[in-house]
Write a protein that binds this ligand. Structure first.
Ligand SMILES: [Zn+2]
Length: 414
């Protein structure tokens, strides 16, 4: 009986594989797109994907729910502990500081795991990758058959350019995986808020991109099987108060380099510091934020305890955010360790309205997810993890995921 069951499963997998060998998947990552942003905005193209395909309002990012961490989790299907991008800012003992000045698009910062396009290429399925971090490496060159120019993450080509390149890639039947990244709504929502007019405009713009992609796919010759998979790296939520770690340093007499991540922060204590004492001192703020020592993080924190991870991890919740001196009044920020001013305050700046980086069970951190195309059934998906996306895309292509991925393959099939 068991042998027969195995035979049936093998036959089904073979059939799925044979079908998938002709299939192309277009993967799109928007930045900072919470399903709450869809409220009150006309999005006919997203609506159609939801009506005809699989969709979810709960694509759950890995912690910390920040961009670089989750672009990499989305691409690789691995937890941050395995791919090495443990925060938007961190210190590597050999490579130095990974921050806004470092070239965060460079895949050479990763410590392990393949991106979905590396896995696809390795198994003989060429890929085209536009504007995504990790499409090139300063050590090993381009990571897919077709990429747009190597450059800093923020300095990317505009939508029309990468959509024209997508059309060209779709016209080439050898290209099996096409991946595109768009930096909005995040780029405007931090200042404009989750429901601001500029954020709404960005959602409309994203919907138009989806419409253009669908039109391109539908214009292909009969017999081309193209699926569209769309996600975002994290959501966004309203904030109003800043936790000034500089002030906490002077109040509680410790010295540390701080990696700010809005909803969380890592402290690299000065060598010789008493981490237990600092943790005890900061625990008096338990009503505002939690403090964890390296090696004692909660189960949902998959950043490991490697050399890139700080000695202390602080985690807060909305409306609080850990932010750097740029938010402080100049007379406070100018003083090296912010020796005056309250440790928790409301900044008077226009661009501090919405943030992310919080723990993954904060629903506002969850992102949109859609999958649509000939291989995909209409199905609401209650919840999926960011690590599930890459294995699922590779499965749609009939390929095997990187075996370091902890993610599961979602059943999207008809
Ligand atoms: Zn982001």
């Amino acid at each position: 009986m068991r042998r027969l069951a195995n035979f049936v499963v093998a036959a089904l997998l073979f059939a799925a594989g044979a079908f998938a060998a002709d299939r192309t998947v277009v993967v799109v990552l928007f930045d900072g797109f919470s399903p709450f942003m869809l409220a009150g905005v006309a999005t006919p193209n997203f609506d159609r994907l939801a009506r005809e395909g699989a969709s979810s309002r709960h694509l759950v990012p890995s912690f910390p729910t920040l961009s670089m961490v989750n672009h990499t989790t989305f691409e690789t299907g691995c937890w941050p502990a395995d791919h090495g991008i443990v925060a938007n800012e961190f210190r590597d003992p050999v490579q130095g500081l990974y921050d806004t000045k470092a070239d965060r698009a460079d895949a050479a910062w990763r410590t392990g795991c393949e991106s979905m396009w590396q896995t696809a290429e390795r198994q003989g399925a060429p890929a085209a990758v536009f504007n995504f971090v990790g499409r090139w490496s300063s050590k090993t060159g381009k990571q897919a058959s077709v990429i747009n120019p190597e450059g800093p993450w923020k300095d990317h080509e505009d939508d029309d350019t990468i959509l024209a390149k997508t059309a060209a890639a779709l016209a080439d039947p050898h290209i099996r995986l096409i991946a595109l990244y768009f930096d909005y709504p995040d780029s405007v929502a931090h200042g404009d808020g989750v429901h601001g007019d500029k954020t709404k405009d960005a959602v409309v713009k994203a919907d138009a991109v989806v419409g253009r992609l669908r039109t391109m796919i539908e214009a292909l010759p009969n017999g081309r099987q193209v699926d569209l998979v769309i996600g975002a790296d994290h959501g966004m939520t309203a904030v109003s108060k800043v936790i000034n770690i500089g002030r906490l340093k002077t109040l509680h007499h410790f010295d540390a380099e701080v990696a700010y991540g809005s909803g969380s922060a890592m402290l690299y204590l000065k060598p010789g510091s008493d981490a237990a004492r600092v943790a005890r001192a900061l625990k008096r703020y338990h009503a505002t934020f939690e403090v964890y020592r390296k090696g004692h993080f909660p189960a949902y924190v998959h950043i490991g305890a490697g050399p890139r991870v700080g000695d202390l991890l602080l985690i807060t919740r909305p409306p609080y955010a850990f932010e750097g001196p740029e938010l402080m009044k100049p007379e406070i920020a100018a003083r090296a360790e912010n020796i005056s001013g309250p440790p928790i305050y409301q900044p008077q700046v226009t661009w501090f309205n919405a943030m992310h980086g919080y723990k993954p069970d904060v629903t506002a951190m969850h992102a949109i997810f859609y999958a649509w195309g000939p291989g995909i059934a209409h199905r609401p998906i209650k919840r999926l993890e960011m690590i599930d996306v890459a294995p699922t895309v590779l499965h749609l292509l009939g390929l095997k995921p990187d075996n370091r991925s902890g993610g599961k393959v979602l059943d999207l099939g008809r």
